[in-house]
Write a new protein. Structure first.
Length: 338
């Protein structure tokens, strides 16, 4: 049994990880600041089940605040899963300094707390966005990642480098996980699948950027959680792993799949490509298969059917949640994967 700190624990991926670790008998501490990037009530709904568990502790605090970090580490944490981050590619272009502050400084604060704790493992949630417009496919961990095309991607790469530095200096066992476009129940409301589902269900137009040829390696939440749990159990040395489905889907095909899952047609509002968006993502998961026994198995139609079932079962606060707070002063303690 481990005592595991999950930053961004009330978010999409974090809340699922809390549930999975509690179910297998671990003690779990979630650190989250319930910011207003989207409705905090949605995040509280995410962890409603975990909050009933005697081995779950929720700490409301900011990853940039050293006192909050120390409080979260106080109960004798042996593993940190750092999911907290300022989320999203496009808003990072609008507020790059905020992204640097939350994603880079926040990671550094947690690494310092981990160093002081001793005998603590560190799992860092990175992103497929670090690959930029990599021309080689599929993307492998050995590929050059020195050309990110958004501030968000740059902060994720900076986080990986900080993790390597702390491993080198203090021998902290560290694993960086590059998530590829995670979707499923509890997905953030501003991400494509959730947003498209909500708008199509309501009979509203959906904004589609580009000609529909853009491709993403959509990865179902259950596969991501399985990989993350394996990474926790096999964290030694310093390693970077891709966690993706390794089955890229074009945007036009995604829309058709969502239409099938909903049984409704989409009204499309065509818009130009947005700066910072990569053309495609495609994970080579050879290393994760070898070292973590990672075996993603959820095809897009199966995953979307599960997402739609969840969406339609949710209260209005989830189904109607669409406002995203991009003000420079807003903060967030959860994660997105693009």
């Amino acid at each position: 049994m481990s005592r595991i700190l999950i930053t961004g624990g009330a978010g999409f991926i974090g809340s699922h990880l809390c549930d999975a670790l509690l179910a297998r008998g671990d003690d779990v501490i979630a650190l989250d600041n319930f910011d207003t990037f989207y409705n905090p009530a949605v995040k509280r709904e995410n962890i409603a089940n975990a909050n009933t568990h005697e081995r779950f502790t929720l700490i409301e605090g900011d990853i940039r605040n050293e006192a909050d970090a120390e409080k979260a580490f106080a109960p004798g944490v042996d593993t940190v899963v750092h999911l907290a981050a300022r989320a999203g590619v496009r808003p990072s272009i609008e507020n790059p300094l905020l992204y640097q502050d939350v994603n880079v400084r926040g990671t550094n604060v947690l690494l310092e707390a981990c160093r002081k704790a001793r005998d603590c493992r560190f799992i860092f949630a990175s992103s497929s966005s670090v690959y930029g417009n990599n021309e080689k496919i599929p993307f492998a961990e050995s590929d050059n990642v020195d050309a990110p095309i958004s501030p968000y991607a740059a902060t994720k790469r900076a986080g990986e480098l900080l993790c390597h530095t702390y491993h080198h200096l203090y021998r902290i066992p560290t694993t960086c996980l590059r998530f590829f476009t995670v979707y499923g129940p509890r997905q953030r409301p501003d991400l494509a699948i959730h947003k498209f589902t909500r708008l199509i269900e309501a009979g509203k137009e959906i904004p589609v950027f580009g000609d529909g040829s853009m491709m993403r390696d959509f990865t179902f939440i259950d596969d991501i959680i399985a990989g993350a749990v394996r990474a926790i159990d096999h964290c030694r040395g310093f390693n970077i792993y891709n966690l993706g489905e390794s089955q890229p889907v074009a945007l036009r095909d995604l829309l058709a799949a969502i239409e099938r899952a909903l049984g409704k047609k989409a009204a499309i509002d065509r818009q130009p490509m947005q700066p910072g968006d990569v053309d495609r993502t495609y994970a080579d998961v050879t290393l994760a298969r070898r070292d973590l026994d990672y075996n993603p198995s959820t095809d897009i139609d199966t995953g979307l059917a599960k997402f739609v079932d969840w969406f339609r079962s949710q209260p209005r606060i989830v189904q109607n949640e669409c406002k995203v707070d991009r003000r420079p002063g807003a903060t967030i303690a959860e994660t997105s994967r693009v």
